[in-house]
Write a protein that binds this ligand. Structure first.
Ligand code: PGA
Length: 260
């Protein structure tokens, strides 16, 4: 069974004061989860003040982007080698906000994944269709292209060891609108099939596929009815300690304690 991972994506939110406050609250609550891999990806400049608390709790610390070169004259960029050197565990790549606002293509995402894996980071690859693409019935075609092109040059073992996929329909991100459980189930199964077909049997079954898009404590339980969801990538609701912990608790209860 794939690991259940719940990662927070803070996006461009919080300053140092708010981060220290979050860190303190989290440490005070001292949450313990046996079966869930939890982590947070703050903005680069807030990795340092958050990191120690997360590491003490055995959580992972992530970054929201990294460049495709290891070092050099690339003003303003951050290399995955630098991230690894400060003990970052994972990096989110190919998020729809980077694809749509920064114009990042799957070709660029593939280069970034290559360098991030070479640096020893876990990669969370985000894929998702726009509302227009879904309304035209093109969502599967779009996701297939994104997955295959973004993983160009990555080997099966690297995918199994280092990759998490987050399916995040663009129309569900930050909008309060969730994809319906059946829509998510179909897409997660489809992504597993693409991986099996292109990288070898069972590849798709071995990796974690998170769902992302307006996940909150109020809807996490219903979403978890979908067995093919292996956790969440959480934006807005990861900014508050209580709502983020609640999502993790609900997941642990639903997935690991239901027979007790
Ligand atoms: P949201 O963001 O939970 O605020 O919709 C999710 C994401 O973009 O990763």
């Amino acid at each position: 069974m794939a690991e259940i991972k719940i990662y927070g994506n803070w996006k461009m939110n919080k300053d140092i004061k708010e981060t220290i406050q979050f860190s303190r609250e989290l440490a005070q609550q001292n949450p313990e989860f046996e079966n869930i891999v939890a982590g947070i990806a703050p903005p680069f400049v807030l990795i340092h003040p958050l990191k120690d608390t997360l590491k003490e709790l055995n959580w992972k610390i992530g970054a929201q982007n990294s460049f495709y070169e290891k070092k050099g004259a690339f003003t303003g960029e951050i290399s995955p080698v630098m991230l690894k050197s400060i003990d970052v565990d994972f990096v989110i790549l190919g998020h729809s906000e980077r694809r749509n606002i920064m114009g990042e293509t799957s070709e660029v995402v593939a280069k970034k994944i290559r360098t991030a894996i070479d640096a020893g980071l876990e990669v969370v690859l985000c894929v998702g269709e726009t509302l227009e693409e879904r309304e035209k019935g093109r969502e599967k075609e779009v996701i297939k292209k994104m997955v295959i092109e973004s993983l160009n040059g990555i080997a099966r073992e690297e995918i199994i060891d280092k990759l998490t996929i987050a399916y995040e329909p663009v129309w569900a991100i930050g909008t309060g609108v969730n994809a319906a459980p059946e829509q998510i189930r179909q897409m997660h199964c489809f992504i597993r099939d693409i991986l099996d077909e292109n990288f070898g049997d069972e590849c798709g079954r071995k990796i974690t596929i998170q769902y992302g898009g307006s996940v909150k404590p109020e809807n996490a339980g219903e979403l978890l009815e979908v067995e093919d969801i292996d956790g969440f990538l959480v934006g807005g609701a990861s900014l508050q300690v209580n709502s983020f912990l609640e999502i993790i608790k609900i997941t642990e209860n639903k997935r690991f304690k239901k027979t007790r």
